[in-house]
Design a protein around this ligand. Structure first.
Ligand SMILES: [Zn+2]
Length: 312
């Protein structure tokens, strides 16, 4: 009998957020986004098993019903000396970045905008929560290459399922028994909406609130209840070591920002409100204003990538 491929995919908080035009991967039980810059990006297919983890443990498992594809532009970053994308931010030293490959020290990585294919798996129907079953260490050992550092790692589902059954009994998704195509339709049909807070998301917001106070980065003072931790990352290569990739945004502005209707012009550094929102005084008054927050160079890079994706 043919083995079923399972993909262990990393949902680790911030760096995996904002994967394209469809907004956040805030619900790992329903969808997962990636793009063509990720190794194995084109290998994953409907009918495969998806196992989402967060480095500490398994979050859950499902069978991929469908994969949506699209096109986007993405900012990619590289070392100015060797052009590779393997560098780390130094928290207390300047220059702020050090290349792990060639040792170069630099203030800013080289940024370039490239077209990418975006992918989004839909897998709500057979989702089964996996918290408390397998640890990160056990999951790593179950992959085809236990030492892999990739964000999408192949494994054999039969092997993974045997470990899950041993840990917590039967009832894990069985792609072979159900058959591809037999799942409930997700697109256009009724969707089961579950709310599950991403690991790390709450910490990220708490951190931003302590750094930035009860202030929307664009519009200024606002009560914490309406402030979202907005991730700026997804427009760039998903590297976990990017810091300062988040801003507090008022929830309505956050939504409009995600749609590209509000952005920061890279040439002026000022808020730009799309013409579609002119006529709404609440938003129109922000047009041409300086953002409330003092933006760091990292924020500016991310915001420029956002601008290029949506407006140019
Ligand atoms: Zn280098």
């Amino acid at each position: 009998m043919a083995m079923t491929t399972a993909w262990l995919v990393l949902a680790v908080g911030d760096a995996r957020q904002h994967g394209g035009n469809d907004g956040y991967d805030d619900n790992p039980s329903e969808h997962y986004s990636w793009d063509s810059t990720v190794p194995n990006s084109g290998q994953i297919a409907a009918g495969d098993v998806i196992a989402v983890w967060n480095k500490q443990e398994l979050i859950g498992v499902s069978v991929i019903e469908d994969i949506e594809t699209g096109q986007a532009e993405k900012a990619r970053y590289s070392c100015p000396q060797c052009s590779r994308a393997d560098f780390k931010r130094r928290t207390r030293l300047t220059p702020a970045w050090r290349c792990s490959q060639c040792g170069a020290l630099f203030d800013e990585p080289v940024q370039r905008i490239e077209p990418v294919t975006t992918y989004r798996s839909l897998h709500a129907a057979q989702w089964k929560d996996g918290r408390g079953t397998l640890t990160g260490r056990q999951l790593r050992a179950l992959c085809d290459s236990p030492n892999s550092q990739l964000s999408m790692r192949p494994a054999r589902w039969e092997k993974l399922r045997a470990a899950l059954e041993e840990a917590s009994g039967p009832g894990w998704p069985a792609p072979g028994e159900t058959g591809h195509g037999a799942w409930r339709p997700v697109r256009g049909g009724h969707r089961i909406v579950r709310t599950r807070t991403r690991n790390g998301q709450q910490d990220f917001r708490t951190q931003l609130l302590s750094e930035q106070g009860q202030n929307c980065a664009l519009s200024g003072p606002a009560p914490a209840a309406v402030l979202d931790a907005a991730h700026l990352y997804g427009y760039a290569e998903a590297e976990e070591h990017f810091e300062h990739g988040g801003l507090l945004l008022r929830s309505d502005l956050h939504r409009l920002f995600d749609r590209g209707q509000i952005g920061i012009r890279p040439d002026t550094g000022l808020i730009d409100v799309d013409a579609s929102l002119h006529g709404y005084p609440l938003y129109e008054q922000l047009h041409g204003r300086a953002p409330h927050a003092r933006l760091r160079p990292e924020h500016r890079s991310w915001l420029a990538a956002h601008w290029h994706e949506h407006r140019s």
